[in-house]
Design a protein around this ligand. Structure first.
Ligand code: HAM
Length: 424
C-alpha cells in the first residue's frame, strides 16, 4: 500500500466547518478596516531573501526560522515569515499616494518548534498605514484592531503598550541595557547570554524564567525617551483614552522584530496559556522603508494570528454563528434530471441549495439532507412529477409537509426563507 501522506509538521488543513469561522473572521476584519479606508493588498508569498533580512539579524525569525531556497534561476528567495516587509517593499516599488492604508490576509512561514497555538505555517490578518508620522495614526490602527476583536465577540483581551522611542533613543537604550546585562551575565539563563552584548533587546523579550526574573529590574526604555518621542507616546495614550481603549504600559515589551520605533503593542488573550497568548501585535517602523532601499517614510501597523484568535474565540464561546449550511436540499428519486434543474433554478435565483448524487434511494438521500443542516428539503418523486408539484418538508421543526406547484417553487421559497429570517 502506498503511504498515506500527512500535512507537513507544524501545518494544518483548515476544513469546513472550521473554515466557515475562518471566513467569518476575515469578513469582520475586511469590514472593520474597509470602513476605515483600508484597501486589500496581496503580495507574493516569497521575496528576495534580502527583503526579510532587513527585519534584523538579531531576530530569531531571520536567524533561525526562515524558509529560504534557491530557485531554478539560482535566485535566493524566502517564504514570507510575516507581512510587513513585503508591504513596505511594495510601497517602495509603486510609490502610492500617502497615507497608504492597506490590510492583508496571508500565510506566514517560520521554522519554529510546533506546539498548541504555534505553527510553521500560520495565518495573519494585518494592516499597515504608511507615510505619516502622526501619532493619531498609531491610535487609529490600535483602536481598529481593538474594535475588530470586539466585533468578533472577544472580551477577555488585554493590551500592553510601550514606546521604543526614536531610532537614536532605541540605540542608546540598547547600549545601556547591554552594559547592565553584562554585569549580570551569570544570572541569566544560559541560552540568553550570547545575546546580551549584541542583541540585548532580545534578552528583554526572553520567555525563560531565570532571565525574566533578572530583567524585571532592568532600566526602562520609557525613562530615557527624547522629548519628541515622549510627546508622541503621550499623544498615543491620550488618543486611546479618548476612544475607550484600555491598555497597560509595559516598558519591557520590545517585541520579536528589530524594525520598531516609537509605539509597540500586543493584545493577549486571558483565555489562552501565556506562552502562546498573543493574538496580535504591532508597532511603528519609521526606518524600514529606508532600510529596504526606499525614501525614508514612516509607517505603523500590526499582524494578528488567525489560529490563535480562533482558539481564544473557542475559549470564550465567540464566533459560533456561521453560515455554513445551505437553506434548501433537493431530493430527486426520479432519475436526477428534475433535481438537477431545480437545484440550479434555486441557485440562480439567490437561494442556497444543494442536492444528493449517485441516484440513491429516498431514505439515503434524506439522510444526506438531514446531515447537510439545510432548513428545507424539496422532494421530487414520480407522484410529484406527474402532478407538476414539489413537496416541501421542514427539516428543523418537523412540522409536516406541504405541496407547491413546480412553477411557484422559487417565489414560495423566497417568501418562506425571508419570513424565517425576520423571525430570528
Ligand atoms: P508578530 O508578533 O511576529 O508580528 O506576529 C503577529 C501575530 O501572529 C502574533 O501576535 C500571533 O498572533 C501570530 N503568530 C506569530 N507567530 C505565530 C506562529 N508560529 N503560530 C501561530 N501564530 C503566530 C509580525 O509578524 C509583524 N509583521 C506585525 C506588524 C505589522 N508590525 C507592524 N506591522
Amino acid at each position: 500500500m502506498p503511504e498515506v501522506f500527512q500535512a507537513p509538521k507544524g501545518t494544518r488543513d483548515i476544513l469546513p466547518p472550521e473554515s466557515d469561522r475562518w471566513q467569518a473572521l476575515v469578513a469582520v476584519f475586511a469590514d472593520v478596516f474597509g470602513r476605515a479606508g483600508y484597501g486589500l493588498v496581496q503580495n507574493p508569498m516569497f521575496e528576495d531573501i534580502g527583503v526579510f533580512q532587513r527585519l534584523g539579524e538579531g531576530t530569531e525569525v531571520v536567524r533561525k526560522e526562515m524558509y529560504d531556497f534557491f530557485d531554478k534561476g539560482d535566485r535566493h528567495l524566502a517564504l514570507r515569515p510575516e507581512g510587513t516587509a513585503s508591504v513596505v517593499r511594495a510601497f517602495n516599488q509603486h510609490r502610492p499616494t500617502v497615507p497608504w492604508k492597506v490590510w492583508y490576509l496571508t500565510p506566514c512561514f517560520r521554522y519554529e518548534e510546533p506546539q498548541a497555538g504555534r505553527f510553521r505555517q500560520h495565518h495573519q490578518v494585518g494592516a499597515e498605514a504608511i507615510g505619516s508620522a502622526d501619532p493619531d495614526l498609531d491610535v487609529e490602527v490600535i483602536a481598529l484592531q481593538h474594535d475588530f476583536y470586539r466585533a468578533l465577540g472577544l472580551s477577555r483581551l488585554s493590551l500592553r503598550l510601550n514606546s521604543m522611542g526614536s531610532p537614536g533613543d532605541r540605540q542608546a537604550y540598547a547600549g545601556q541595557l547591554a552594559a547592565w546585562l553584562g554585569e549580570r551575565l551569570g544570572e541569566l539563563d544560559e541560552a540568553d547570554r550570547a545575546n546580551a552584548a549584541d542583541h540585548p533587546l532580545r534578552v528583554l523579550d526572553s520567555k525563560r524564567e531565570r532571565t525574566m526574573a533578572v530583567v524585571a529590574d532592568a532600566p526602562r526604555i520609557t525613562d530615557g525617551l527624547s522629548a519628541d518621542a515622549a510627546a508622541h507616546f503621550e499623544r498615543v495614550q491620550a488618543g486611546l483614552d479618548a476612544l475607550g481603549v484600555a491598555y497597560e504600559i509595559d516598558p519591557r515589551l520590545v517585541r520579536g522584530l528589530d524594525y520598531y520605533t516609537h509605539s509597540t503593542w500586543e493584545f493577549a488573550a486571558g483565555s489562552l496559556t501565556s506562552a502562546q497568548n498573543a493574538v496580535g501585535g504591532g508597532g511603528r517602523y519609521d526606518g524600514l522603508a529606508e532600510a529596504l532601499g526606499g525614501k525614508a517614510t514612516p509607517g505603523v501597523g500590526f499582524g494578528a494570528g488567525i489560529e490563535r484568535i480562533l482558539l481564544a474565540a473557542d475559549a470564550e464561546d465567540a464566533l459560533t454563528e456561521t453560515a455554513g449550511a445551505v437553506d434548501v436540499f433537493v431530493v430527486d428519486v426520479t432519475g436526477g434530471d428534475a433535481g438537477r434543474d431545480l437545484t440550479f433554478e434555486l441557485r440562480r435565483n439567490g437561494i442556497s441549495a444543494d442536492r444528493a448524487f449517485d441516484a440513491r434511494s429516498m431514505k439515503a438521500q434524506m439522510k444526506v439532507a438531514d446531515r447537510s443542516g439545510a432548513r428545507l428539503a424539496l422532494l421530487m418523486g414520480d407522484d410529484e412529477l406527474a402532478a407538476d408539484i414539489v413537496t416541501v418538508r421542514d427539516l428543523r421543526s418537523g412540522e409536516g409537509q406541504t405541496s407547491v406547484s413546480r412553477s411557484e417553487v422559487v417565489a414560495e421559497l423566497t417568501a418562506r426563507l425571508a419570513e424565517n429570517e425576520s423571525a430570528q
